[in-house]
Design a protein around this ligand. Structure first.
Ligand code: SF4
Length: 252
């Protein structure tokens, strides 16, 4: 794990190979200038390679996802009896101590460890593209509200803008929780972000505003989970272009 020391930037996780680290199976990398240079102006990256972390070494035998007996596993491409599934799951669990502090994660697309969607899965002679990398899947399961993207999504202007916006808002949410949440601060947070939420979906935002208004007497701890669930679902909706609200600003 490598981390840059930039206290004013937002902490974001990233697949090491995307920052140019020579960690791929063949000793290469997949440096992405947009991620490293452009997003690097706003984000403090923690880079991590799960395959190196579980001791597969560099260079190493490539690994792949297989689907046998309706069970997805991650095995060696040559030594198919070497099963890396459980070590990759445990790897994600062991990194939770820094996963809980980040406000987004950028993964390498297509990887059997890091891919977030459409990863190759082998079933006998057949190949489907419906897999998720084992490490990424576990992390997404444990942190369902964490904004995630891969370099393919970031190549699309709308998706990139949506990811950046969600990272900034999630950072404000994490800051709110760290400063002892109360009904008043939650209501202020909602008001500050209401226009942004409306730009994603007016109807769902209206329902959330009403829910917040009516929930003043309920358990705040329980309600904060409902709120972040619903807010995340709204923010995931890519807004029509004409509704695009300033990505980095909240209404004060
Ligand atoms: S995709 Fe993930 S596992 Fe593969 S080299 Fe990059 S960081 Fe390592």
């Amino acid at each position: 794990m490598a981390q840059t020391d930039e206290p004013n930037k937002i902490p974001v996780g990233v697949s090491s190979c995307l920052l140019g680290e020579h960690v791929r199976y063949d000793g290469g990398h997949r440096h992405d200038t947009y991620i490293a240079k452009t997003l690097g102006r706003y984000f403090k990256f923690t880079s991590f390679c799960p395959e190196v972390n579980i001791g597969l070494g560099i260079p190493r035998e490539p690994i792949k996802l297989v689907n046998e007996d309706r069970k997805k596993r991650c095995v060696g491409t040559i030594n198919t009896d070497q099963d890396h599934t459980e070590p990759l799951i445990q790897c994600a669990d062991q990194q939770a101590h820094w996963h809980k502090d980040i406000c987004g994660y950028i993964f390498k697309k297509g990887s059997p460890s890091c891919g977030i969607e459409k990863v190759e899965v082998f079933r006998g002679d057949q190949v489907t593209y419906d897999g998720t990398g084992i490490y990424a899947a576990r992390l997404m399961e444990k942190f369902p509200h964490l904004p995630i993207a891969d370099e393919a999504r970031l190549g699309n202007t709308h998706q990139s803008s949506n990811f950046i916006q969600r990272v900034f808002i999630y950072h404000r949410w994490q800051t709110l929780l760290a400063n002892e949440l109360c009904w008043e601060t939650l209501t202020t947070f909602h008001k500050q972000h209401e226009q942004i939420l409306i730009s994603h979906n007016e109807q769902l935002t209206g329902q959330l505003s009403l829910l917040l208004k009516q929930s003043g007497e309920s358990d705040l701890k329980l309600f904060q989970e409902v709120y972040i669930d619903k807010m995340t679902a709204i923010l995931k909706i890519i807004p029509p272009r004409e509704n695009n609200t300033d990505t980095l600003a909240a209404k004060n």
